[in-house]
Design a protein around this ligand. Structure first.
Ligand SMILES: *[C@@H]1O[C@H](CO)[C@@H](O)[C@H](O)[C@H]1NC(C)=O
Ligand SMILES: *[C@@H]1O[C@H](CO)[C@@H](O)[C@H](O)[C@H]1NC(C)=O
Ligand SMILES: *[C@@H]1O[C@H](CO)[C@@H](O)[C@H](O)[C@H]1NC(C)=O
Ligand SMILES: *[C@@H]1O[C@H](CO)[C@@H](O)[C@H](O)[C@H]1NC(C)=O
Length: 487
């Protein structure tokens, strides 16, 4: 106990002190890692199929105390695992104090962990991508690590961390494998929304709310979308292509829809990563990008720049126009997830997941949000998914498999949410029980709490991290009371 009081003191002083001056945005102080690979069954659930694939994982054991140090496990989500390593500084701020082993496994079908290389995304190969298979990968790898490092199952407890879909996975790991994971920090994990249990207008309404905090912004955004609609109605695709400096001019309604989606996505991303300092997570963005974008829009129009050009300037805060034009098809991919599938191969895998287990049926109506009407519903999702992946959507399955809103029999999970994050209303915002704790970060965007501490951090995220550390300590203390059990 005394050790832990000391630990808390140490931790808070180290968080408030020297480490605050780390410059996370340039990755200058991102700790080193070893890149390792492990063989995993392609299909954990069909015992007649013994094919395997190579899963990548990153490890740091420089602070690890094998006697009773915990294992900090990041539940890799939809992307290159190195990018999550670079953007999850909170774990590295606290790992040395906890003397933890840090492990980041990569999610199958993302980054380098492609079971069939570039043909992994063929209809007959993609079927091994699922939440269940991924969790089984993690459970198997964590068990192997416990054996390799000769750990006690109890005295070296495994704590799961994750942000966004990674947060969902962290929570699910605790539901499904409590024998392996002692507790989970699920940051910005919209578990209800992705189970299809939220209204379809929720997400973009909350994107709008973020921009509505900036004076004069939303009316200008509406005016700009109206100007786009007017041009499109008159068939003036030439004007739009010129004003938006498109590399490949649009010439029809389909092209125009893509332009709208690309534009809407700029708002989505800026709202999600509305961090208090410049960051390179889903793009290279300035501090408080929502405020920056709004001020620039207000400034531009005040200077007499026409509304469409001002709007294009706003988009260029997020999107590159290095070749002096925008390739909207390169920069935004339309898919089953209107909140964005990301880019490249990762977007293909996420598209498939959005068709199978993660329901992100969200749409805009121009009333509860500031965007043009872009409808999306279960029927459209079904048509798209059948056509693209040959899968029939099973809408109820996520709630059956992962409990829907009936989560109170789970224990030891922190659900943290930032109120600037457009996903926050999709997850638990109140305490469910003594050990299912909700942490609210008033000035936090998408999993700000998982990022490394920064001099510009608002007070609310410092308090949130403190509450999270308290819970983690509780889980570890609980574990240490129990005898050592080896595998
Ligand atoms: C992570 O950061 C390192 C620098 O520490 C950088 O070289 C690398 O490109 C980054 N990786 C990703 C995927 O962002
Ligand atoms: C912008 O373009 C540069 C140079 O082509 C590239 O290195 C960078 O990754 C691009 N950034 C984004 C956010 O696409
Ligand atoms: C907008 O104009 C204000 C007042 O001139 C200035 O302080 C601010 O930096 C400008 N912001 C942007 C993003 O252009
Ligand atoms: C949940 O309970 C913890 C104490 O266990 C408290 O600090 C926190 O504020 C509560 N969360 C909410 C959203 O009320």
């Amino acid at each position: 106990m005394i050790k832990y009081i000391l630990l808390v003191v140490l931790l808070t002083s180290s968080l408030e002190g020297l480490k605050l001056h780390k410059k996370r945005t340039n990755f200058e102080n991102v700790p080193k890692f070893k890149t390792l690979y492990t063989d995993q069954y392609l299909d954990h659930f069909n015992k007649r199929d013994d094919r395997t694939y190579k899963q990548r994982f990153l490890v740091n054991d420089e602070w690890f105390n094998p006697n009773d140090g915990p294992v900090f496990f990041y539940a890799g989500n939809e992307g290159d695992i190195e990018s999550f390593w670079n953007n999850t500084g909170f774990m590295f701020d606290i790992a040395p104090v906890f003397q933890a082993l840090v492990v980041f496994p990569e999610h199958r079908y993302y980054g380098e962990s492609l079971p069939f290389g570039d043909s992994s995304f063929d209809q007959d190969k993609i079927g091994f991508l699922s939440v269940e298979q991924t969790m089984a990968d993690y459970a198997v790898l964590l068990t192997k690590l416990q054996q390799d490092y000769n750990l006690c199952r109890k005295k070296n407890p495994i704590i799961a961390f994750g942000g966004s879909y990674g947060g969902i996975l962290a929570a699910y790991m605790r539901y499904k494998y409590p024998n392996i994971v002692r507790g989970a920090l699920a940051a910005s994990a919209p578990i209800y929304l992705t189970a299809g249990l939220a209204p379809s207008t929720l997400f973009f309404q909350d994107v709008t709310n973020d921009f509505d905090k900036e004076p004069g912004c939303v009316p200008l955004v509406r005016q700009a979308f109206d100007a786009m609609e007017n041009a499109a109605k008159q068939g003036d695709y030439k004007l739009l292509s010129e004003k938006f400096k498109l590399c490949e001019p649009i010439s029809d309604a389909a092209g125009y829809k893509h332009l709208l989606l690309w534009m809407r996505n700029a708002f989505t991303i800026m709202a999600m990563v509305d961090y208090p300092y410049p960051a390179s997570f889903l793009g290279d963005l300035p501090a408080w990008p929502v405020r920056f974008a709004c001020q620039q829009l207000v400034n531009d129009t005040a200077k007499g720049v026409d509304i469409l050009s001002s709007f294009k300037n706003l988009a260029s805060i997020l999107y590159n126009d290095t070749s002096k034009c925008f390739d909207i098809y390169e920069q935004f991919i339309e898919c089953a997830d209107p909140t964005s599938c990301g880019l490249g191969n990762d977007a293909k895998s996420w598209d498939y997941q959005a068709c199978t287990e993660l329901n992100t049926v969200q749409e805009t109506n121009g009333v509860s949000d500031m965007f043009p009407v872009i409808s999306y519903n279960e029927e459209l999702r079904e048509q798209y998914c059948l056509k693209t992946w040959g899968v029939k959507v099973r809408k109820e399955w996520p709630s059956i498999q992962f409990w829907g809103k009936h989560i109170k029999t789970a224990t030891n999970i922190v659900f943290s949410n930032g109120l600037l994050d457009p996903w926050h209303n999709g997850g638990p915002l109140t305490n469910v029980s003594d050990s299912l704790v909700a942490v609210i970060i008033e000035d936090g965007a998408h999993h700000l709490d998982l990022r490394g501490s920064d001099p510009n951090d608002p007070q609310s995220v410092k308090i949130a991290r403190y509450l999270e550390i308290e819970q983690i300590i509780k889980w570890i203390e609980e574990a240490r009371k129990e005898p050592c059990e080896k595998f």
